[in-house]
Design a protein around this ligand. Structure first.
Ligand code: PMP
Length: 426
């Protein structure tokens, strides 16, 4: 273990030696001992087009020869303007105002700050947020506050701002109670809004799938009802599409798949295809309007040194071109997941099977409590390399979120390997 490196989300003592990766190509990663493994999770969900895609590589190279970076206040540049045009054209309706930052957490920070200041700019004070149990929005303080209270945040509990949490009505194949669960959550939200009509700045949700919370899927119908409630009470709706954005749910955005247009959307991860850290928070025209003023108190005083980095923007433009060409593959993956899961679910330890677009997930029955530190996760993670896979369960939840360049045959092979791996572990 390198004595100077402190790895993220890693128990430092007694963790297995990290594997050294020497190269990547498409769905494959190559380790320094020559082992090749399929990146079944797109490296924390960012490499939507696989590794070292030549089109993105070339775009960064060309941009680096022209302009690698420039201060983004009082200056602009073509790559930023182009990616802002491209993404706003992909997004539904009135989501037209792009604010750049560097990662998913900062995209969420920007969204929360924008929502609170929106009310301030209208001369009202609304500071409270409604969020969902099981949510994960990032590791900065605002994002942590809006996320479920877990071992990740417990040390900082007293420093997080107060949020009202409601259940995330998650579902799976064969779930007969979903309509009831949704009714209950909608009632809960309505109750909060009726009791405190002028307190809530926004509701924030990971639409269609909660990622780190365990690949928990909710229905499009629920988002439509949530949107309706939101409109009745004029609260802002924030979609954290950091993970679901750019094709993951089978459409370019969960907001498109669910036909719900939020007021603010957070995007990161797949934006640059995993090449460079870049994120954007896109607000509706109506939200932006309240900031459009000569009054410095209505200005959004927020920014980062690397805001709208031209290399990141060039990578994002290329990533969006490849995304447009990958639509057919993306649409087909959902039914392929279903086909392969039919075989895997024969194993008696598999439950709560669920699929949304390019993502599939299931839970493994285990004697231990579910949860991030479940020992089955560690075992599957470590052994997956022997089966040619990079799998990283979330507790007892195993999921696949492969790059879109994976072929039908390769996906079939991944499922067969995964089945052998699970049989081995149990
Ligand atoms: N929101 C969601 C929905 C996420 O899945 C993540 C990352 N897993 C984040 C925010 C935070 O993104 P980042 O790790 O880039 O800060």
């Amino acid at each position: 273990m390198n004595p100077h490196i402190w790895h993220p989300f890693t128990i430092q003592k007694n963790s297995p030696e990290p594997k050294k990766v020497v190269s990547g190509e498409g769905i494959w990663l190559e380790l320094d001992d020559g082992t090749r493994i399929v990146d079944c999770i797109s490296s924390w969900w960012v490499n939507i087009h696989g590794h070292t895609n030549p089109v993105i590589t070339e775009a960064i190279h060309e941009q680096a020869k022209k302009l690698e970076h420039v201060i983004f206040a009082n200056f602009t540049h073509d790559p930023a303007e182009k990616i802002a045009d491209v993404v706003t054209n992909m997004l539904p309706g009135k989501l037209n105002k792009v604010f750049f930052s560097d990662n998913g957490s900062t995209a969420v920070e920007v969204a929360i700050k924008t929502a609170v200041q929106y009310w301030q700019n209208l001369g009202k004070t609304r500071n409270k947020i409604i969020a969902f149990e099981g949510a994960y929005h990032g590791d900065t303080f605002g994002a942590m506050s809006a996320g479920a209270r877990t071992i990740f945040s417990e040390v900082f509990e007293n420093m997080l701002f107060e949020v009202d949490f409601v259940d995330y009505p998650h579902t799976w194949e064969g779930d007969e109670n979903i309509a009831e669960k949704e009714d209950r959550v909608i009632e809960e939200i309505e109750k909060l809004l009726v009791e405190n009509p002028d307190e809530y700045a926004a509701i924030i949700i990971e639409p269609l799938i909660q990622g780190a919370g365990g690949m928990r899927i909710c229905r499009e119908e629920f988002l439509q009802r949530l949107h309706w409630v939101n409109r009745q009470f004029e609260t802002l709706l924030i979609f954290d599409e950091v993970m679901t954005g750019f094709g993951r749910t089978g459409k370019n955005f969960a907001s498109i798949r669910s036909q719900v247009e939020p007021d603010i959307i957070c995007l990161a991860k797949g934006l640059t295809g995993g090449f460079l850290p870049l994120s954007i928070t896109v607000s509706s025209d109506a939200v932006y309007e309240t900031f459009y003023s000569e009054d410095p108190h209505k200005t959004f005083w927020h920014g980062h040194s690397y805001t709208a980095n031209p290399l990141g923007c060039a990578a994002a433009i290329a990533s969006m071109e490849i995304l447009a060409e990958s639509q057919e593959r993306i649409h087909k993956m959902e039914s392929e997941h279903h086909t392969h899961l039919a075989d895997l679910r024969e194993l008696p330890i598999i439950e709560n099977v669920r699929v949304k677009g390019t993502i599939s997930a299931f839970d493994l029955t285990t004697k231990e409590e579910g949860g991030y530190l479940n020992s089955i996760a560690q075992e599957i993670k470590t052994k997956s390399h022997d089966y040619g896979l990079l799998i990283r369960p979330l507790g007892n939840t195993v999921y696949l979120m492969p790059p879109y360049c994976i072929t039908e045959e390769e996906l079939g092979w991944v499922y067969r390997q995964l089945k052998s791996l699970i049989e081995d572990v149990y």
